[in-house]
Design a protein around this ligand. Structure first.
Ligand code: SF4
Length: 185
């Protein structure tokens, strides 16, 4: 007997397929990023425990990324969830990301694109090179930075979120603070 799917079932199926596509895409994207980081490894100083890129910023992310972040949050242990919730209560625009717990990202496999690409210098739309701001703290690319520019070739791909997700119906992009005002964890 053919069962007629309800509107909710259909929506759940579409979400499932979308999610699977996004997960598959991330697997390949992470491999590509690994190559980019390796090709610049002389100039990269990212180490476990350095969380300066999670301590100040707007953390812009799209709807599809937010849904994935929420999946990561749901899987956290209750104690960590409580810590994230407390962070959210005191979260101020532009300040430390509430998912940062003990200097580590609590939802690391689920983190947004902007967090995945952070640390790399890459070419943007208008031929400008985006350099991670930790260059100013003697970190990434500080050894090849002069007068506001790097003296090596950047990654020759625009790693801004709209470009990275151009094949997805990724929805709106908002800063994390603005999403949190809309959604309640
Ligand atoms: S989501 Fe994770 S990686 Fe991204 S800013 Fe927050 S703590 Fe850092």
């Amino acid at each position: 007997m053919l069962l007629k799917a309800s509107g909710q079932d259909l929506e759940a199926n579409v979400n499932f397929i979308m999610n699977q596509n996004y997960k598959d895409f991330l697997k390949n994207f992470d491999l590509k990023l690994e190559n980019y980081f390796n090709s610049h490894k002389k100039h990269i100083h990212c180490i476990i425990g350095c969380s300066s890129c999670c301590e100040k910023g707007d953390y812009p992310l799209s709807q599809i990324e937010l849904e994935y972040v929420m999946q990561g949050y749901i899987k956290l242990d209750n104690d960590i969830k409580k810590m994230v919730q407390n962070n959210i209560k005191s979260f101020t625009r532009g300040e430390k990301c509430p998912f940062l717990i003990q200097n580590q990202c609590s939802i690391y496999p689920y983190r947004p694109i902007v967090c995945r690409v952070h640390g790399l210098a890459y070419l943007c739309n208008d031929n400008k090179v985006k350099v991670p701001y930790c260059v100013n703290f003697n970190k990434n690319y500080s050894d090849c930075y002069n007068n506001g520019e790097i003296t090596i070739n950047p990654v020759l791909e625009n790693l801004d979120t709209p470009n990275v997700l151009k094949d997805f119906d990724y929805g709106e992009i908002r800063n994390l603070y603005d999403w949190i005002k809309i959604k309640t964890l």
